[in-house]
Design a protein around this ligand. Structure first.
Ligand code: E4P
Length: 214
């Protein structure tokens, strides 16, 4: 499974990249609003440190405007993936932009039908939002299971990005579904490395090593 970071924070992105396991980044308007940098400069900088796709979200609502905005975002860097929320206008724009070779990430996916339509329109990625479904007492991971099965049934090449991840167990569950990618907040990625028994084990090994005759 590929690991993307779900952030627009450069320090977090550089840190995760230094771990050698970063495959991409997803941003959205909320995440970029937290950074104190001009939007285009921020995206160009992020794209220069990430060895994979960087999703950047459109804010237009009409197909014509989405197409223009998407083309502009794609010009910022070779590894930009243009994020478009699922809707009829978004599907029209996806068909045109993906036909031009621009990678689209269809976002705000909350049903498998939405994912199916986006895949048929030629999107490169679909982003089902798991945590937000869990928040309203729906089992978010069931949606991922359905999309994995549907894409496998018909051989869609669209990759599934499990999004709105809130804790390490979401990542385990995402990996068990066979989803292609998990996009993870840095705080969750950090927790994934840790285990109390590892800490106890390391402390004991270091203590015992100090007793070894050298
Ligand atoms: C995905 O691309 C989105 O940026 C993100 O996962 C949304 O997560 P949230 O529900 O924590 O805002």
């Amino acid at each position: 499974m590929k690991i993307f970071l779900d952030t627009a924070n450069l320090e977090q992105i550089k840190e995760a990249a230094s771990w050698g396991l970063l495959d991409g980044v997803t941003t959205n308007p909320t995440l970029v609003s937290k950074e104190n940098m001009k939007f285009e400069d921020l995206i160009k900088k992020i794209c220069s440190v990430v060895p994979g796709p960087v999703s950047v979200e459109c804010v237009s609502t009409k197909a014509k405007d989405l197409i223009e905005e998407g083309r502009g975002l794609a010009k910022l860097a070779d590894n930009v993936a243009v994020k478009i929320p699922i809707c009829v206008e978004g599907l029209k724009a996806t068909k045109v932009l993906s036909g031009e070779g621009i990678k689209i990430n269809t976002t705000l996916i909350f049903s498998s039908n939405q994912a199916l339509l986006a895949a048929k329109a030629g999107t490169a990625f679909v982003s089902p939002f798991i945590g937000r479904l869990d928040d309203i007492s729906h089992e978010g991971m069931n949606l991922v299971d359905e999309i994995v099965a549907i894409f496998n049934n018909y051989g869609f090449e669209t990759e599934i990005i499990v999004a709105s991840i809130r804790h390490p167990l979401h990542v385990v569950e995402a990996a068990l579904t066979g989803a292609d990618i998990a996009t993870i907040p840095f705080s969750v990625l950090d927790k994934m490395v840790k285990h109390p028994l590892t800490d106890i084990g390391m402390e004991k090994f270091l203590k015992d090593w100090s007793k070894v005759k050298r």
